[in-house]
Design a protein around this ligand. Structure first.
Ligand code: NAD
Ligand code: DAU
Length: 348
């Protein structure tokens, strides 16, 4: 198969390609990425020279470029990761989220619809549990939970999910959708909670916790997510949605405490000194309280379960950031420093 992977220079896309390109020499993987601030080509060093891997710098908001990409590479399958992915950025500047997440997805769907014969091809859309909104203290998101997005990011992802389903119902485009909970692990841009806290611990900077830190996320190690996506690509039913999650609900404040303990253990720093860096700052507007996934469908139908526990995953993640200071230096551009000032500057 020719597999077009969008957003493969970002966090999850790069982990996906690093895992699957060596494992599947019979498939050709074409990584399509605009290389925004969130991308790091160095993340793909392990596979850059593989014969079944190619890179194309294309912005998916450019409809003509997307059509040309399909003409050149003749994909049989699209695995669509490319997106603006950070909730706080969508609050400070929503326009690019509408462009990339909605229009970009539309351009890919149009290319697939017009170039694939009816019933041919597979469009796998990678989405998020944030489309379901926020849970109270109990309950889980299932594939039938009503969409109720809170942020411009999650609203744009919800719109893209609807477009993908509409193309299936109206044009019979073969699609699959996965909605996953919070990922963590190597190669994650340090605007997200876990890598931000690790790097701030290493530099002894404040650890900014939004509100009271009681919001709950369901954390999943990134390669577990990648394996789940591949299981759905290979064996999932066409037209079906699969929720993916870690059965691993943790309050933000407890995530930060565990990170402080893990960093202290792996670096020999004093844990109390790290815990003292915790700083409560102004809350995120529209902050969803709790996410938790019922992943029984993918477990029962495809036999997928996560391999990492939060403890083993966090240790691997902290160790990865300790071992990859060069990668970290590459992503901490002037843009990153400007982002920290814009997002945290007036939170107090
Ligand atoms: P990321 O921000 O790390 O990477 C996004 C990638 O998309 C980058 O390489 C970027 O250059 C590329 N991109 C952005 N705009 C583009 C455009 N217009 N054209 C082409 N490429 C473009 O994101 P991530 O965390 O790896 O998330 C990947 C996907 O998974 C997203 O669709 C996201 O909604 C979804 N998701 C993420 C999580 C999570 O916890 N990170 C959880 C569930 C679902
Ligand atoms: O649930 C899946 C989603 O998880 C993905 O769709 C998104 O792409 C991904 O960014 C992530 O969204 P979150 O908003 O949950 O992740 P983030 O790392 O930004 O925040 C996690 C929690 O930590 C959230 O409750 C906000 C809080 N937080 C975050 C930051 C950056 C803080 O308390 N302080 C911070 O500095």
């Amino acid at each position: 198969m020719n597999i077009l992977v969008t957003g493969g220079a970002g966090f999850i896309g790069a982990n996906f390609l690093n895992l699957l390109v060596p494992r599947h020499p019979e498939h050709r993987f074409i990584n399509v990425d605009a290389l925004t601030y969130a991308a790091n080509p160095a993340s793909l060093d392990p596979i850059a020279d593989r014969p079944n891997y190619a890179f194309a710098r294309v912005d998916i908001t450019d409809a003509d470029a997307v059509q040309a990409l399909f003409a050149e590479h003749e994909p049989d399958c699209v695995v669509h990761f490319a997106a603006e992915s950070h909730v706080d950025r969508s609050i400070l500047g929503p326009r690019q989220f509408v462009r990339t997440n909605i229009e970009g997805t539309f351009n890919l769907l149009e290319a697939a619809r017009t170039r694939w014969a009816p019933g041919d091809g597979l469009f796998h859309h990678v989405s998020t549990d944030e489309v379901y909104g926020s849970l109270g203290p109990t309950g889980l998101f299932t594939e039938d939970t009503r969409y109720d997005p809170s942020s411009p990011y999650s609203a744009s992802k919800a719109a893209s999910d609807h477009l993908v389903r509409a193309y299936h119902r109206t044009f019979r485009l073969p699609v699959k959708i996965t909605n996953c909970s919070n990922n963590y692990g190597p190669l994650q841009f340090p605007e997200k909670l876990i890598p931000l806290m690790i790097l701030n611990c290493l530099e002894r900077k404040p650890l900014p916790i939004y509100g009271e830190g009681t919001n709950v996320r369901d954390w999943l190690y990134v390669t577990d997510h990648c394996e789940a996506i591949w299981a759905v690509v290979e064996r999932g039913a066409v037209g079906r949605t699969y929720n993916i999650g870690g059965h691993n609900e943790v309050r933000n404040i407890d995530v930060v405490d565990r990170l402080c303990e893990t960093v202290a253990e792996l670096t020999g720093q004093d844990v109390d000194g790290l815990l003292a860096l915790k700083t409560y700052v102004k809350d995120r507007p529209g902050h969803d309280h709790r996410y938790a996934i019922d992943a029984s469908r993918i477990g029962e139908e495809l036999g997928w379960t996560p391999k990492e526990t939060f403890e083993t995953g966090l240790r691997k993640t902290v160790q990865w950031y300790l071992d990859h200071s060069e990668w970290v230096d590459k992503v901490r551009s002037g843009e990153y420093r400007n982002w920290l000032d814009a997002n945290y500057g007036d939170r107090g």
